[in-house]
Write a protein that binds this ligand. Structure first.
Ligand code: HEC
Length: 174
């Protein structure tokens, strides 16, 4: 946290009510930090490991959600055929965001729970190729879904699923 020069402005405020003063300092400090982040954001090398982990997990959770939703549609358990293409495009979009989300090597860092193992960064080319496959297969699924060929889309959902498994087996701890 930045420290503040405590000039007359603060002293006067302090005299008018200590508790509110603390609150004000907190708000000012928070905005100063936010401002500093905005200013230095472009030159900041690394995100906090915990935030990087949380972010990539949030991204993968959208993949999991869209995959689950797609499976429910394909199995005919829900009547949302028209939504399948959008779910598939959601997966493809997440796949394009994932390289940036995973790039920062957090192995052995942070306290946020993660199942990523060190293979992610040891063999980054392979990992990013896996993400590329996910994007390709999910895009095919979106196209088939849009064409209305649900049988072919069902098969293609299996192909998408294979890319998940291949990557998880190699890059996630159980
Ligand atoms: C190229 C690699 C790769 C591919 C492809 C991939 N994943 Fe993942 N996924 C990971 C890694 C690595 C993690 C662990 C993230 C962490 O905890 O740091 C993960 C985590 C997850 C999580 C847990 C998120 C959380 O909240 O902790 C879900 C759900 C998930 N993936 C679903 C899927 C599904 C479904 C697919 C396929 C449609 C898929 N993933 C494809 C690498 C991949």
């Amino acid at each position: 946290m930045p420290t503040f020069a405590r000039g007359p402005f603060f002293e006067r405020l302090e005299a008018t009510g200590g508790i509110r003063m603390n609150k004000l300092v907190k708000i000012i400090s928070a905005s100063a930090v936010a401002g500093a982040v905005l200013v230095t954001g472009s030159v900041m090398a690394e995100t906090e490991p915990d935030a990087a982990i949380e972010y990539r997990k949030a991204l993968m959770a959208t993949v999991g959600g869209n995959m689950k939703a797609s499976a429910l549609i394909i199995k005919g358990q829900v009547e949302h055929k028209d939504a399948l293409a959008a779910h598939a495009r959601g997966i493809a979009a997440a796949a394009t965001l994932a390289p940036a989300a995973f790039k920062q090597n957090t192995h052995g860092m942070g306290s946020e729970k993660t199942t990523s193992n060190e293979n992610v960064w040891k063999d980054w080319d392979k990992f990013s190729a896996g993400l590329k496959s996910l994007e390709t297969e999910a895009t095919k699924l979106a196209d088939l879904a849009a064409s209305g060929d649900m049988a072919a889309a069902g098969k293609q959902l299996g192909e998408v699923g294979k890319t998940c498994k291949a990557c998880h087996d190699a890059n996630r701890d159980k």
